[in-house]
Design a protein around this ligand. Structure first.
Ligand SMILES: NC(=O)CC[C@H](N)C(=O)O
Length: 394
C-alpha cells in the first residue's frame, strides 16, 4: 500500500511560501523568507519609522521582539558597518511588505538579506503590514513565531505550541542578557558624512558613568558630544562599583524587557545613588527604572510606541513649557504618571495618548525621559537633554 498520508510539514503551506508568521491565537500569515532560516518566538510589534531599519534591528531594547515595519520598502538602502546601535542584531526578526531589492545607496556595503542572515535573524516579506498593524493596534501586541524554511516545510503544530508556550515580556528581565559583560571606556562622538564617527574629545570633562541595560551606542556618542567622558558599566554593577569610578553623574540606559523585573536588582542601586545625591539621567528603560526607584509604578502598554515621529509636549514649570518635540520612541511599558510621589513631577507627555514621557525630581538632580533623544533613527529635537545633564555636572 502506498503511503497516502500527506507530508505534515508541507500540508497547508501555500505554493511558493517559504516563511510563516504564526500568532499565538493560531493565525497563520504566509510570506517569502529572507535572512536566516529557522524559527524564533517573541512579541510581535510594529515600528512606523521610515528610515533606520539597521539601527532598529540592532537596538538591544528590541530583544525578544519581532518587528513589523509599516514602511513598505525595507532593505532598499542596503546595510553598512556604521549604522548600527550594537555589535549584533537584537530584534529576533522582521516582517516587511515588499521583497528586499538590490541596495541603492553609496554607503551600502552589503545587502540587507545577507546582513540579516549573517546575524541569524529571520525576515518575512510579502505581508500586508497595514492589516497586521491594524490588528496589533486593536488587539494589542501578540506573541508569535517567525519561521523561514527555503523548502517550504513547516511543522505548524510544533510552532504553534512554541508560540503558545512563550510566557510573554511581562515579568521578563532581558537587560542582563544584552548588557556588555565588563567595564568599558567609551570612545567616540556622533557620525558625520565624510568624517565618520567623531573623536572622544579632550581636556577636563565631566565623568559620566553609564549603566548599560542594553544601551544604544548613539546615546554614548551624544553624551560625548555634550561634553562628557563616558565609562560604561554592566547592568548588574553595584553601588560600590559605580562609586569606585568617581562619577560626576550617572546615566541609566535604555534596554529590553519589563522594567519591574529588571528593577529587582537595578532599583536598590538607583535608590542608593539618589540617597547620595548623585546626578542621574535616564532614557527609556533607564527612565522607567528611575521612576520605580522613586516609588512609582510601571505598566505594560496595549501596543506600545515605536517610531520616529512621536509628538511629546513639555509640561509643567520649566523652560519652553508647552513646546512640542518630535521624538523617536521604542517602548512597550510606561511609567504610570498617577503613581509619582510628591517630590517627582511629570515633565513630558505623549500627545498621542497622554502617557508619561518624562519625570524630574524636585529635590534632587535626577530626571528621565521615556523617548530616545539620541534618535538614530529619528529627529534630533531633544538633544538639549544631553546638554542639560552634562552641563549640570561639576
Ligand atoms: N527602549 C527601551 O529602553 C524600552 C524599555 C522597555 N523595555 C519597554 O519596552 O518599555
Amino acid at each position: 500500500m502506498p503511503d497516502t498520508k500527506p507530508d505534515s510539514r508541507t500540508a497547508g503551506v501555500p505554493k511558493g511560501a517559504t516563511a510563516l508568521l504564526l500568532l499565538a491565537d493560531g493565525t497563520a500569515i504566509w510570506g517569502r523568507g529572507f535572512g536566516a532560516e529557522g524559527d524564533a518566538v517573541g512579541e510581535l510589534v510594529f515600528n512606523t519609522a521610515m528610515t533606520g531599519y539597521q539601527e532598529v534591528m540592532t537596538d538591544p531594547s528590541y530583544a525578544g521582539q519581532i518587528i513589523t515595519f509599516t514602511f513598505p520598502h525595507i532593505g532598499n538602502v542596503g546595510a553598512n558597518d556604521d549604522d548600527i546601535e550594537a555589535d549584533d542584531a537584537h530584534a529576533l526578526g522582521c516582517v516587511v511588505r515588499e521583497d528586499i531589492t538590490r541596495p541603492s545607496n553609496f554607503r551600502s556595503t552589503e545587502g540587507f538579506d545577507a546582513w540579516m542572515k549573517a546575524r541569524g535573524r529571520i525576515g518575512i516579506s510579502g505581508i500586508d503590514t497595514r492589516a497586521l498593524t491594524r490588528r496589533i493596534r486593536e488587539a494589542g501586541a501578540p506573541n508569535a513565531v517567525i519561521a523561514h524554511n527555503a523548502a517550504g516545510q513547516f511543522d505548524i503544530d510544533a510552532l504553534l505550541a512554541k508560540a503558545k508556550a512563550w510566557p510573554g515580556l511581562k515579568g521578563m528581565d532581558l537587560a542582563k542578557s544584552v548588557s556588555g559583560p565588563q567595564k568599558k571606556l567609551w570612545d567616540g562622538g556622533p557620525w558625520r558624512l565624510g568624517f565618520g564617527y567623531g573623536a572622544q574629545g579632550e581636556g577636563e570633562r565631566p565623568h559620566v558613568v553609564a549603566i548599560d541595560y542594553g544601551a544604544k551606542r548613539n546615546i554614548f556618542r551624544n553624551l560625548v558630544r555634550a561634553g562628557a567622558s563616558v565609562t560604561v558599566l554592566p547592568a548588574t554593577a553595584t553601588y560600590a562599583d559605580i562609586m569606585a569610578e568617581k562619577p560626576d553623574g550617572v546615566f541609566l540606559s535604555n534596554g529590553p524587557g519589563d522594567p519591574a523585573a529588571t528593577g529587582e536588582y537595578a532599583v536598590p542601586v538607583i535608590k542608593a545613588l539618589l540617597d547620595a545625591d548623585v546626578p542621574i539621567f535616564g532614557i527609556c528603560l533607564g527612565h522607567q527604572l528611575l521612576a520605580l526607584a522613586a516609588g512609582a509604578k510601571t505598566v505594560k502598554m496595549h501596543q506600545g510606541h515605536r517610531g520616529a515621529n512621536h509628538p511629546v509636549q513639555r509640561i509643567g514649570d520649566q523652560p519652553h513649557s508647552g513646546l512640542v518635540e518630535i521624538t523617536s520612541m521604542n517602548h512597550g511599558f510606561a511609567v504610570d504618571g498617577d503613581t509619582l510621589p510628591a517630590n517627582v513631577v511629570e515633565t513630558h507627555r505623549s500627545l498621542f495618548d497622554g502617557s508619561n514621557c518624562g519625570i524630574a525630581f524636585t529635590d534632587k538632580r535626577a530626571f528621565g525621559v521615556q523617548y530616545h533623544p539620541e534618535a538614530s533613527p529619528g529627529p534630533q529635537d531633544s538633544f538639549y537633554l544631553f546638554e542639560k545633564f552634562v552641563g549640570g555636572l561639576k
